[in-house]
Ligand binder design. Structure first.
Ligand code: HEC
Length: 188
């Protein structure tokens, strides 16, 4: 208990110092997990690189989104560009694709693979079981369709979003995972 309190105080001190919003404070333990498409898009909109009206009404496949993003001068690396292209092709336009949204800089943007992973993949085991695996799409979808996972309340589109995010952003080294998420978290 003492440890947990100390840890919370340290986190609070840190986030107050840099003035992060409330959502980021709650999310801080997971900041080692790379941004998903929702956050990457929110940043591009905040930086004035893209017009939200154009993005939110477009319907393109992943290759077309990738080409569009490559044509902008952004600070996104290759993995981030692929992550965002996969997100945009799966979720845009939100009016047609549906799904829950999260307020991102004042805009209601659909949840991304990272949001879904944090929401659905840590009630039976710690997130580390998921995020340290480096796998193919078939392997990710295979796990999510196993008897131990098939009951999870996600749509097929959401499973694919989780898989597409994890292919690009999974395989995180255990050395980059915070101590408190490294062991003892599995309840199965
Ligand atoms: C309802 C409980 C439950 C939830 C929720 C859950 N898991 Fe699991 N997970 C298990 C169990 C039980 C095992 C170990 C047995 C097994 O592998 O089936 C496991 C093991 C795993 C493994 C390692 C073994 C394997 O099959 O590859 C991965 C990777 C994994 N889960 C991914 C996920 C992802 C991704 C999500 C979120 C979509 C998730 N889990 C959510 C129950 C769960």
């Amino acid at each position: 208990m003492k440890y947990i309190l100390g840890c919370t105080a340290a986190l609070l001190g840190m986030t107050l110092a840099v003035g992060l919003p409330v959502a980021a404070q709650e999310d801080d333990l997971f900041s080692f997990i790379p941004d998903g498409g929702r956050t990457l898009l929110g940043n591009l909109i905040a930086e004035g690189k893209v017009d939200p009206g154009d993005i939110l009404s477009a319907n393109q496949d992943r290759g077309a989104w990738k080409a569009y993003l490559d044509g902008l001068s952004t600070r996104l690396d290759e993995t981030q560009t692929e992550t965002l292209a996969a997100y945009l092709s799966a979720t845009m336009p939100p009016a047609a694709k549906g799904g829950e949204t999260i307020d991102t800089g004042g805009l209601a943007l659909p949840r991304d693979g990272r949001d879904l992973t944090l929401e659905f993949c840590q009630s039976c085991h710690i997130i580390t079981v998921v995020i340290t695996q480096d796998r193919s799409r078939e392997a990710w979808l295979g796990t999510m369709n196993k008897p131990s996972h098939v009951e999870i309340d996600t749509t097929q589109a959401e499973r694919e979003a989780i898989a597409d995010y994890l292919i690009l952003n999974g395989g995180i080294s255990i050395d980059d995972v915070p101590e408190e998420l490294r062991a003892g978290g599995a309840t199965y």
